[in-house]
Write a protein that binds this ligand. Sequence first.
Ligand SMILES: Cc1cc2nc3c(=O)[nH]c(=O)nc-3n(C[C@H](O)[C@H](O)[C@H](O)COP(=O)(O)O)c2cc1C
Ligand SMILES: C=C(O[C@@H]1CC(C(=O)O)=C[C@@H](OP(=O)(O)O)[C@H]1O)C(=O)O
Length: 387
Amino acid sequence: MRYLTAGESHGPQLTAIIEGLPSHLPLSAERINEQLRRRQQGYGRGRRMQIEQDRVRIVGGVRHGKTTGAPVALVIENRDWAHWQAIMSVEPVEEEAARRRVSRPRPGHADLNGALKYNHRDMRNVLERSSARETAARVAVGAVARQLLEAFGIRIGGHVLEIGGVRAQVPEGLSLDELVRRAEASPVRTVDPEAEARMIARIDEAKAQGDSLGGIVEVIVENVPPGLGSHVHWDRKLDARIAQAVVSIQAFKGVEFGIGFAAAHLPGSQVHDEIAWEAGRGYFRKTNRAGGFEGGMTTGMPIVVRAVMKPIPTLYKPLMSVDIDTKEPYAASIERSDTCAVPAACVVAENVIAWEVARAFVEKFGGDSLDEMRRNYEAYLRHVEAF
Ligand SMILES: Cc1cc2nc3c(=O)[nH]c(=O)nc-3n(C[C@H](O)[C@H](O)[C@H](O)COP(=O)(O)O)c2cc1C
Ligand SMILES: C=C(O[C@@H]1CC(C(=O)O)=C[C@@H](OP(=O)(O)O)[C@H]1O)C(=O)O
């Protein structure tokens, strides 16, 4: 499976095309909208989220509620476009004022690198596409993948572990259902009410100071069969694909699986997971420090991914930059901006991970029709059980 997205932050719409979904998959626009709605929430976002009410339109590949096997095309309109039509016009615009030209690149954003690379003296041409507005399209794509995974009982949940240095305590043995229930009820998507209050206070403080905050999110995927991904070639390792997908989210800078970076300072005996077998359960690991992967393949234990988001680059109290016209030092441009988008980014991470797991699932079990996939999946489960 593959997908492409197109569209600018303040253009008319975002567009996504997904190719390679099996036929006969029931696909609900409402379930996609549910993920889009989740992405728009979260304490610390700016005014743009009050303007948008993201809803998907399925404009290809689905008939009478089910996929046909043809590419699935999705559209999400930008309500803000109404205010930006002249600035974002596809046709040439004469007046300078109608351009809202950006000439002072923001440290930490894509502005300067993109301008140098694509030879744009107006950095709006860069920021419009580098903007995390594009994550709405990726969440819609992930929400489709999620519906495929759920048809096979695979479930995904996420929560915020840290914002601005405030770390949540996650109770031992919390079920995925309970974790999701608590995170959904929290404005910062955390399971720890005490940390929640301190995270909110930190966001308020940062906002008052014209500053911004990052954090850490955790995503868990349960009921995954063993053997998704492959050890035989670098670009088929599923943990590596997930890492690429997560770090491709705007402002994400790092990813770890299971105990992650702690593996660097622990001896092997405290890092690797002992293998066991029980009648009725088959093979399993006694612990899950590996976070669900060995050799680039799923072990059958839950996939556990943590990822770091840096603070938002646009600062209301801007850092110094250079005006590309005068080459003089100037405070960077101020575009309307979020203070902290970690809770929203957690939803993005869930959905890009859903996509990668679904892609590996289709590779393993075939992607022409859902029935065919199910036959292959069930035969494989019988093979694993008998092994
Ligand atoms: C959900 C979400 C919302 C974001 N909102 C903003 C924002 O309001 N202002 C901003 O400057 N950056 C925002 N970012 C981050 C930038 O898009 C990102 O830092 C930029 O594209 C540069 O890419 P890089 O940080 O991955 O290097 C957001 C990121 C995410 C995931
Ligand atoms: C639009 C979204 O996020 C945007 C991501 C973003 C950036 O620079 O990444 C900058 C802001 O854009 P604007 O200036 O229009 O408010 C955010 O609102 C969204 O998440 O849907």
